[in-house]
Ligand binder design. Structure first.
Ligand code: HEM
Length: 540
């Protein structure tokens, strides 16, 4: 039988020509914050030379700037040139970039036993999460244990048990927007409300705690920690992850990572301590992830860092992602009034104007569901996802993928394939008109080309928070459409191309006008809030 050829070409191959661009990009970012920048520049140039490239530092810097802002688009350009699977080096690390659904499924799902590992990145895994948080853990017994515990709070049954929390927070968000929108006369930034809604859902599920206002100090703190995590743990942004010698040198990135670790331990570890003390004193603690972990601590052999980092992973994984989708929805709608009108016709027909849409209405609101999927296709919160790593040598077709190779899903290319998505740059919910399945079910379709999108990635490490994320997003989006006409503001254009964040993708701050659709909106929101106040707010 013919030997497979190594997917990686030799160091001076075309593939390798890409190396200094990405590599030096991360490196320069790291070093540009360092006072002895000139010495480092010399080092960069020497390194580029050592790699055998002719790139000047200027050239490297120029490419870096475009990569830094839109790395997914650079990967897309390369995919067009090199095809649906190609490799690049970053430092001592070989990356394989996958840009086609069939290959993605083949590697990550069919060969899941090989491609479910994680590289223990210096910044993310070793320094911030110290080998614990489920998301960065290698494919090991510890990961299986953490994934099992996470599933206790993210399975279908679990999500059903706290859907009232998602319902309450969605109503609370709409009520606050209604209060602050000045009946369509005030300029409102809906991002703050989406952030607080996502945060409260995750805080309740994780710590049985919620914030009662967007000005609660926990809101700003938790969002800052999440954003810092996203900004310093991008899969291709830190050269220090791939050049071991740099890990011994002081750098701003290492310092930020250590600070972030300490803050996670102080903030979320502090909340855990409070819960533990309350439980020890015989006080009542509502069911939540932390309570589950504390009750199983001995049996599951969980130490304090396990509990803290798993709780942190829930908060980090659950805030920026769902909030980002809600934010992109509100940013896109003013530019697509016909989409808003059609969704509202559907809502009037199915739900009417005497009550809010609920989870039970979902199946009868296909156009609202299509809007959510289209927002997700156009604006994946993580274009590069969380890379997987091969835990042994493997062959894909004629290619050898060596053990230790990091595999990245290039979801930008997959979401913008003109054959699958005709006019892929257009926001057109109609493309999902016949799509009946939730994303969690769509991920299991035998034909990966028919899958709705890839924002939750694939295989054994597929996002376990899919069900809660979908439910939360659908509830808030359908209620926003039911309650308000969202309008753009003259002189305050919304930028749909630029984004805020290094590896997470939220829209830049923007404002809209929200006009309640009919006088009854206020009354229904007041009745709902009253119902919660009297009956069920005890969940938090
Ligand atoms: C729109 C919302 C969300 C998106 C786009 C998203 C996306 C992702 C992606 C791309 C991964 C990496 C999967 C892989 O390695 O193949 C992931 C992992 C993960 N997500 Fe989500 N996520 C979302 C919401 C949530 C929520 C609400 C939670 C709730 C806690 C959550 C918890 C996690 C966890 C714990 C992991 C780590 C899984 C592992 O490594 O085994 N996510 N998510």
């Amino acid at each position: 039988m013919e030997e497979p050829t190594l997917i990686l070409a030799s160091p001076r191959s075309n593939y390798h020509a890409f190396l200094p661009i990405s590599l030096m990009g991360g490196f320069l970012r790291e070093l540009s914050e360092h006072p002895r920048i000139k010495v480092w520049f010399a080092f960069v140039a020497a390194y580029a030379n050592f790699l055998g490239t002719n790139s000047s530092v200027d050239h490297v810097l120029g490419s870096f700037l475009s990569l830094k802002r839109y790395p997914e688009r650079t990967l897309h350009r390369w995919a067009k040139y090199y095809g649906p699977i190609y490799s690049v080096w970053l430092g001592n690390q070989l990356f394989v970039i996958v840009s086609e659904p069939g290959i993605a499924k083949g590697l990550m799902a069919t060969h899941g036993a090989v491609f479910s590992d994680r590289k223990e990145m210096f910044i993310k895994s070793q320094t911030v999460l110290v080998g614990r948080g489920i998301t960065a853990s290698p494919y090991s017994k510890r990961w299986r244990k953490h994934r099992r515990i996470a599933s206790l709070w993210l399975s279908r049954k679990a999500v059903e048990s706290y859907t009232h929390v998602l319902d309450f927070e969605a109503t609370d968000m709409i009520s606050h927007l209604h209060r602050d929108c000045g009946n369509g006369m005030a300029d409102v930034n809906p991002q703050v409300y989406a952030d607080q809604c996502s945060l409260n859902n995750m805080l309740t599920i994780t710590f049985s705690f919620r914030t009662d206002s967007a000005h609660h100090p926990m809101v700003a703190l938790a969002l800052r920690l999440s954003r810092e995590f996203m900004n310093i743990t991008g899969p291709v942004s830190n050269l220090v992850d791939f050049v071991p010698i740099l890990q011994r040198l002081p750098s701003s990135m290492r310092c930020r990572a250590r600070t972030l670790h300490s803050k996670l331990v102080n903030v979320y570890g502090g909340l855990i301590k409070e819960i533990a003390e309350k439980m020890q004193a015989g006080g009542e603690v509502q069911d939540c992830l932390v309570k589950t972990m504390l009750l199983r601590k001995e049996k599951e052999a969980l130490d304090e860092l396990d509990v803290t980092m798993l709780a942190s992973a829930f908060i980090i994984g659950g805030i920026e992602t769902t909030a980002s989708v809600m934010q992109w929805f509100t940013a896109l709608i003013p530019a697509h009034p016909h989409v808003q009108t059609r969704a509202q016709e559907e809502l009037d027909r199915v739900v009417g104007r005497d009550r809010l849409p609920t989870v039970e209405d979902e199946a009868n609101l296909p156009y609202c569901s299509a809007i959510v999927k289209e927002v997700e296709r156009c604006h994946n919160p993580f274009w590069l996802g969380t890379p997987h790593m091969a835990n042994r040598d493997s062959a894909y077709g004629e290619h050898l993928i060596p053990k230790g190779t990091v595999v990245v899903l290039n979801t930008w290319t997959m979401h913008h394939d003109p054959e699958r998505w005709g006019s892929p740059m257009e926001f057109a919910p109609d493309r999902y008109a016949n799509e009946q399945l939730h994303s969690s079910a769509s991920a299991k379709l035998p034909n990966p080309k028919e899958r709705d999108h890839w924002i939750f990635a694939a295989g054994r490490r597929i996002c376990p928070g899919m069900l809660v994320a979908e439910r939360e997003i659908r509830l808030t989006v359908s209620r926003m459409l039911w309650a308000f006409d969202t309008h753009p503001i003259a002189g305050k254009p919304i930028d749909l191309n630029e984004y805020d964040g290094e590896s997470g993708r939220s829209p830049m701050p923007f404002e809209v006008r929200l006009r309640p659709r009919f006088p009854g909106v206020r009354k229904i929101l007041e009745e709902e809030s009253e119902r919660w106040r009297i009956g069920s707010t005890s969940h938090c």
